[in-house]
Ligand binder design. Structure first.
Ligand code: MTE
Ligand code: MO
Length: 309
């Protein structure tokens, strides 16, 4: 059973003043008590400000968001991350920032987020597998961090890397993917205000399966761009390799913008299934740039997005 707000009630307008403890009781009362045991009633609430970038669409429940995941380090099944990611040690955590930056270094996560204003960003999320969710992230703009460390003029791309720790990430002992998982953005994409680093969701720290303690969220691109459990951010001059492009270059391009007009070679991208809608829910049409075209379409002026997919 899942809990949903009444249609018309805007989460973005109630969340900032809402007591998360009360919300948890609401959730519990709606029959998703089991979730409480998973996320833990003692997890720290993170102070956030609402964001004008948030969608008014009804967010998926925390239960949906934290039990239907792609995190191949823990297996390929949607339930594998929820089952296995508790093995991951997320504290201490450091992030290496290197390449074409003024202040390279290995930073403790606490220093990465020190003094940063956390926002609640309720974003639509569209997986390349043609399902979608709406997720109330807690995070801050990647640009904030990049500006802090000082991006040098030769930098054209940002490369990001996930932790490699096979003792805690069992599938890294296999050749399922070329580990560690890596992703990248063009610098202007990385600096776009929609691009965030998330440290939480639903006002609390990220569940491990969602990419704790720090993951990228790029809402106008297919989900695989949103790399989890980041340990390295490099400013580079050349387009960096990306895990899914290496795994299937004709299926996954560097840009990976949500585009209903460019089919994946094995399935259409024209519609999507919203997780939690139930088996009788209608598929909904997928929007160009996942509905964020107004903010980001200009980044791709002059490009043929059927070729540079
Ligand atoms: N390190 C890492 N990051 C990853 C993945 C992964 O397997 N490993 N999967 C990607 C894919 S395909 C998707 S759809 C999203 C899923 O994020 P979610 O589980 O928080 O919904 O994470 C992306 N980031
Ligand atoms: Mo995905």
């Amino acid at each position: 059973m899942t809990y949903r707000f009444k249609t018309g009630l805007k989460w973005s307008s109630v969340t900032p003043k809402m007591d998360y403890l009360n919300r948890r009781q609401l959730l519990a009362g709606a029959g998703v008590m089991a979730f409480g045991a998973m996320a833990g009633p003692l997890m720290a609430k993170i102070a956030t400000k609402p964001s004008s970038f948030s969608t008014d669409e009804v967010p998926n429940t925390l239960e949906e968001i934290s039990t239907y995941n792609n995190f191949y380090e823990f297996g390929t099944g949607k339930g594998d991350p929820a089952e296995h990611a508790h093995q991951l040690t997320t504290d201490p955590w450091s992030v290496k920032i290197d390449g074409l930056v003024d202040a390279p270094g290995t930073y403790d996560l606490a220093d990465v987020i020190k003094g940063v204003d956390m926002e609640e960003r309720i974003y639509r999320f569209r997986c390349v597998e043609a399902w979608s969710m709406v997720i109330p992230w807690v995070g801050f703009e990647l640009a904030t961090l990049l500006n802090r460390v000082g991006v040098q003029s030769g930098a054209k791309y940002v490369a990001l890397e996930t932790l490699f720790r096979p003792e805690e990430m069992p599938a890294q002992n296999s050749r399922l993917l070329d580990w560690p998982y890596v992703e990248g953005l063009r610098l202007d994409e990385a600096m776009n205000p929609l691009t965030i680093l998330a440290t939480g969701l639903y006002g609390e720290e990220l569940p491990n399966q969602s990419g704790a303690p720090l993951r990228l969220v790029v809402p106008w691109k297919y989900g695989y761009k949103s790399i989890k459990s980041i340990v390295r951010i490099s400013l580079v001059a050349e387009m960096p390799p990306t895990t899914w492009n290496k795994a299937g270059p004709n299926e996954y391009g560097f840009y990976s913008n949500v585009n209903p007009e460019v089919s994946h070679p094995r399935w259409s991208q024209s519609s999507e299934r919203r997780i939690g809608g139930g088996i009788f829910a209608k598929r909904q049409p997928t929007l160009p740039f996942n509905g964020y075209g107004e903010q980001v379409a200009g980044l791709y002026d002059g490009m043929d997005l059927t070729k540079q997919f």
